[in-house]
Design a protein around this ligand. Structure first.
Ligand SMILES: O=C(O)CCC(=O)C(=O)O
Length: 269
C-alpha cells in the first residue's frame, strides 16, 4: 500500500472509517506473532490502575490473567518494545496516516485488545469522550484523535470483528456502561441504526483506520480462538495530550513536532 487514492480519502471523511488496508502479508504477521506474544507475557511501563478504575472497557479486556489488571501488559507497549514500535511506525500505516492528516504525526497511546474465545461484545460507542469519565475533560486539547486498528490474528465475523455505522460524524448522546469513574460511554440503541451497520473483517496484517466519532462496536467471540488486535491511537503535534500514567510520553512517528506541547519518548532499544 502506498498513499491513499483521492476516493479513499474522500470516503474516510464521509464514512468515518476506511479499510481493510494491508500493512503486511498474513505470513509476515504470523512470523511476528511469537514476538508479540512474548511482549504480552511481561509488563511494560503503565502501572495497574486503582481498583475503582477497572470498570467497563477494561473489565472486558481481562482475558486469562486470573483477574489481575491487564493494563501493564497491553497498554502503550510501543514505549518499551521494539517489535511494537516497529508496528506503530510501519511504513504503510504512516503513508496512510499522512495521506489523511499530513506529515506531522504523534502516537499518544496503543493498546493490545485480546478478545478471548467466548469474550464479550463491545457495545456501540464513539471513542470521542469515551476515554475519560463523563464531565471530565477528554485529555486531548483540542480533542482530535484517530485510530489505526491492526489485526494480529484473523478477525472475522465469528471472532468479533469491528462493525461501523457509516457516516456518523456528529457526537451522539452517550451513557456510562456502569458505575465506575472510567466506564466506557455507550451510545444508547435509539441513536444507532443497526440496519445500516457494516462489518469489517480483517486478515492478520490488515488494519482499519477510524475517526474519534466513528460509531463502532464488535461482537462476541464465538470462533474458539483468541482475537488479538493492536489499537494505535494517533493525533497531531498541535494537540496537547494529558499524560495518562506516570512516565507516559507521546511518540513522534512522522515529520516534526513544531508545537513542542508534549513530552516525546525516544524509540525503545
Ligand atoms: O476491539 C474491539 O472489539 C473494539 C475496539 C474499539 O472499540 C476501539 O479500539 O476503539
Amino acid at each position: 500500500m502506498s498513499d491513499l487514492t483521492q476516493q479513499q480519502r474522500d470516503s474516510y471523511r464521509e464514512q468515518g472509517f476506511l479499510g481493510p488496508l494491508t500493512l503486511m502479508s498474513v505470513a509476515e504477521m504470523e512470523a511476528l506473532r511469537p514476538e508479540l506474544a512474548a511482549v504480552l507475557d511481561s509488563p511494560g511501563r503503565a502501572p495497574a490502575p486503582a481498583a475503582e478504575q477497572v470498570e467497563g472497557r477494561l473489565a472486558n479486556l481481562v482475558a486469562g490473567r486470573g483477574g489481575a489488571s491487564p493494563v501493564p501488559y497491553i497498554e502503550s507497549r510501543h514505549l518499551d518494545s521494539p517489535a511494537v514500535h516497529r508496528l506503530i511506525t510501519h511504513p504503510a500505516l504512516l503513508a496512510a496516516a499522512r495521506a489523511l492528516y499530513g506529515e506531522d504525526l504523534l502516537v499518544w497511546r496503543s493498546t493490545f485488545i485480546a478478545k478471548a474465545s467466548g469474550g464479550p461484545e463491545f457495545q456501540w460507542h464513539q471513542d470521542w469522550g469515551g476515554v475519560y469519565a463523563p464531565g471530565e475533560e477528554y485529555g486531548l486539547e483540542p480533542p482530535l484523535h484517530f485510530t489505526f486498528w491492526i489485526a494480529v490474528s484473523d478477525v472475522t465475523e465469528d471472532s468479533g470483528c469491528l462493525r461501523f455505522v457509516p457516516g456518523t460524524r456528529a457526537v451522539l448522546p452517550a451513557r456510562p456502561s456502569g458505575p465506575g469513574r472510567r466506564a466506557t460511554l455507550l451510545v444508547p440503541p435509539e441513536h444507532v441504526d443497526e440496519s445500516r451497520a457494516v462489518s469489517l473483517p480483517l486478515r492478520p496484517g490488515q488494519c482499519a483506520v477510524f475517526t474519534d466519532r466513528a460509531l463502532h462496536a464488535s461482537g462476541v467471540n464465538t470462533s474458539g480462538a483468541e482475537r488479538l488486535a493492536l489499537a494505535v491511537r494517533m493525533t497531531v503535534p498541535a494537540v496537547k495530550v494529558r499524560p495518562h500514567f506516570p512516565g507516559h510520553a507521546c511518540t513522534l512517528v512522522s515529520g516534526q513536532d513544531r508545537a513542542g506541547l508534549n513530552r516525546l519518548a525516544e524509540p525503545p532499544r
